[in-house]
Design a protein around this ligand. Structure first.
Ligand code: LCS
Length: 407
């Protein structure tokens, strides 16, 4: 396992981010307070001026939140991080901090639906131009660069197509053109992918997924590579206001303590389930970066240290067959989100990526028949049995004419 600051990521997951506290508690306590008192008027003023270090008001910083932020920064090999109220708050805050009217943004075509809508429908209203491209196609990224390009935003692997973008190559294109690269590392976590090592300038996450891991918090984070970048985001976030509260921060930090262990299990089970799906007669195609059939398997193996738990596939019976599968499983929960201990199944075209619109989905290769699953940490043989049962039921109930000879 790779190391940051001389410690393995497994050790950092357990120990990083313990805020010093008077009773020597071994986990950072919950400081459920909105404000912090000053010793004197002059001391309060000194804190505001930045001449003294300390807490002022929980939108501007809180020890519990700080513990989580320190843990994530350490795991990502970044400088400092900022916990936000959701993954979308982190993405919006990061983009709105770095971009001004008249600037241009390049964004991957396969991203979480609302990220695409934010870029195309919201940022355009603020005068921010965009080009949406397949960022796994380096020639297309180069071609999209303009003199006013300030940011390239990449989600890799992309949600839900699992297309893999070469972070180092795109970082070079960005830097040559004077732009910064933001990587959404949600699908991988710092355990499996370290974007800063490949030249990324900013890393964002939805904490709602693997980092928290227990489907009970919505949160996000921006990780900054140096003090100048951190200060820029900190100042902006104080104004935008979308910070993560102390209790949620405590829960996510607790989740992170088992992150390395969970990711190991997610990867092992993900591979087993992907192989089962690939071999099933009802399955027309499958995408999992760990399978040799993935078009960028070699890049994935180079850039990631594991392939995580997201799998996309299509059945021969298309959308109708996919719907029947989702309605027939019992151990897999039919729900959006991903990266939790429980296995989930969902239909991107009508759920997570509905807000993109049909044209944008087509551009990003998000077909109507695509089914996305997130493999949890239950017994993998039971998960496979349940899928197998649901696929067999689907075969038996296929209306004549929909099933192909391969089913
Ligand atoms: N980035 C990625 C890659 C995501 O998958 C999501 C949410 C976000 C950012 C936004 O994070 P949030 O604001 O929800 O914390 N992805 C979801 C999904 O695929 N199903 O439900 C949510």
């Amino acid at each position: 396992m790779s190391m940051n600051h001389g410690k393995t990521l497994a050790t950092l997951s357990v120990h990083a981010g313990l805020t010093p506290n008077e009773h020597r508690a071994v986990v950072t306590p919950i400081y459920q307070t909105s404000t912090f008192s000053f010793d004197s008027a002059d001391q309060g003023a000194a804190l505001f001026k930045g001449e003294e270090e300390g807490y002022i008001y929980s939108r501007m910083g809180n020890p519990t939140v700080q513990g989580l932020e320190d843990a994530i920064a350490a795991l990502e090999g970044g400088h400092k991080s900022l916990a936000c109220g959701s993954g979308m708050a982190a993405i919006h805050s990061a983009l709105a901090t770095l971009l001004s009217a008249g600037d241009h943004l390049i964004c991957s075509d396969a991203v979480y639906g609302p990220t695409c809508s934010l870029v195309e429908n919201v940022l355009t209203r603020m005068g921010i131009e965009n080009t949406i491209v397949d960022t796994s196609n380096l020639a297309a990224v180069k071609k999209a660069m303009r003199p006013n390009t300030k940011v390239i935003f990449v989600e890799t692997p992309g949600n839900p197509t699992l297309v893999v973008t070469d972070i180092a190559a795109v970082a070079e294109i960005a830097h040559t053109g004077g732009a910064q690269l933001i990587v959404d590392n949600t699908f991988m976590t710092p355990i499996l992918q370290q974007p800063f090592r490949h030249g990324a300038d900013v890393v964002v996450h939805s904490l709602t997924k693997f980092l928290n891991g227990h489907a009970d918090v919505v949160g996000g984070v921006i990780v900054a590579k140096d003090e100048a970048s951190y200060k820029q985001f900190r100042t902006a976030l104080n104004h935008f206001g979308g910070v993560l509260p102390p209790f949620e921060s405590f829960l996510v930090h607790r989740g992170i303590k088992t992150l390395a262990l969970r990711m190991q299990r997610h990867c092992e089970s993900g591979m087993k389930v992907a192989k089962f799906i690939e071999a099933h007669k009802a399955v027309e195609w499958v995408r999992y970066p760990g399978l040799e059939s993935h078009p960028q398997h070699e890049l994935a193996a180079r850039q990631m240290s594991g392939f995580s738990a997201l799998i996309s596939f299509g059945l021969y019976g298309g959308l109708e067959a996919g719907k029947q599968l989702m309605d027939s499983v019992s151990l897999w929960t039919l729900a959006v989100s991903l990266g939790g201990v429980e296995s989930l199944i969902q239909h991107p075209a009508r759920m997570t990526h509905a807000s993109m619109g049909a044209e944008a989905r087509q551009r990003g290769g998000i077909t109507d028949g695509l089914v996305r699953i997130s493999v949890g940490i239950e017994d993998v043989d039971e998960l496979i049995e349940d899928l197998d049962r649901a696929l067999s039921r689907y075969k038996a109930s296929m209306p004549a004419g929909v099933a192909t000879s391969a089913v």
